[in-house]
Design a protein around this ligand. Structure first.
Ligand code: ZN
Length: 229
């Protein structure tokens, strides 16, 4: 049976799940924080600095441009924070006119995707002095065509294994509960762009509990990732 041309682009969405590859210590975990659009969660970043917890920050160009105070604080703590690529304008990496993920329109074509990825990387290099090697698309959902293109542009896809704050929508108690299930090798995703959310509170108590249990935090510029089903 022939596939109607209008359906050719309707590839299924893929959410990439990763854990740390060949973790040197069984208790290694990676904290990743997305800076999509919006503001700077000062409480969250100050908590990480006070407690010496390293993290990988996925920033868009738009967030970097709009949050100079946040950029300055991160730059002053490069020993703790790696900054990686979350795109130029927070456009999901799905291709096809009219496609949306969680209501956010995707890319009309490959050229637009390329620009999103490359301009995101350039902003990080220009503003942070870091050449990013990881990409996480807006919403962390992809289609197969976009995944292939991003890899061809030279980026690893940064998935995750524990969704700690569901887009900064969860309560402190719910975030703490999710973090209580963390295992060695996990890659945690949460958000640093919504200071009005309970993410800072939830991560603060949840991460302190992980530290007490002996977990060691690593950044994605120090490890490789392995896709898990
Ligand atoms: Zn995002």
């Amino acid at each position: 049976m022939a596939i109607a041309p209008s359906l050719l682009w309707a590839q299924p969405l893929i959410e990439v799940h990763d854990t740390i590859a060949g973790a040197k210590a069984p208790q290694q975990v990676a904290l990743t924080l997305d800076a999509c659009t919006g503001a700077f969660d000062d409480d969250l970043i100050e908590f990480l600095i006070r407690n010496r917890i390293p993290a990988t920050l996925f920033a868009t160009k738009r967030w970097l441009v709009n949050n100079p105070q946040g950029v300055a604080i991160i730059k002053a703590h490069r020993d703790l924070f790696d900054v990686e690529n979350h795109g130029e304008n927070h456009i999901p990496a799905v291709i096809g006119q009219g496609r949306r993920v969680y209501g956010i329109p995707g890319e009309p074509d490959l050229l637009h995707l390329r620009r999103e990825v490359q301009e995101g990387a350039k902003a990080i290099t220009d503003m942070m002095g870091i050449a990013p090697r990881w990409y996480r698309g807006a919403t962390a959902e992809y289609d197969t065509q976009a995944l292939k293109e991003i890899k061809q542009l030279g980026f690893g896809i940064a998935g995750f294994s524990v969704n700690a704050d569901a887009g900064a929508t969860l309560s402190q108690a719910a975030i703490q509960k999710r973090l209580s299930h963390v295992k060695g090798g996990d890659v945690i995703i949460a958000h640093m762009n919504k200071p009005a959310s309970q993410t800072a509170e939830g991560l603060s108590s949840g991460l302190l509990a992980l530290l007490r249990r002996g977990f060691v935090f690593v950044r994605l510029d120090q490890v490789d990732l392995r896709v898990v089903p």
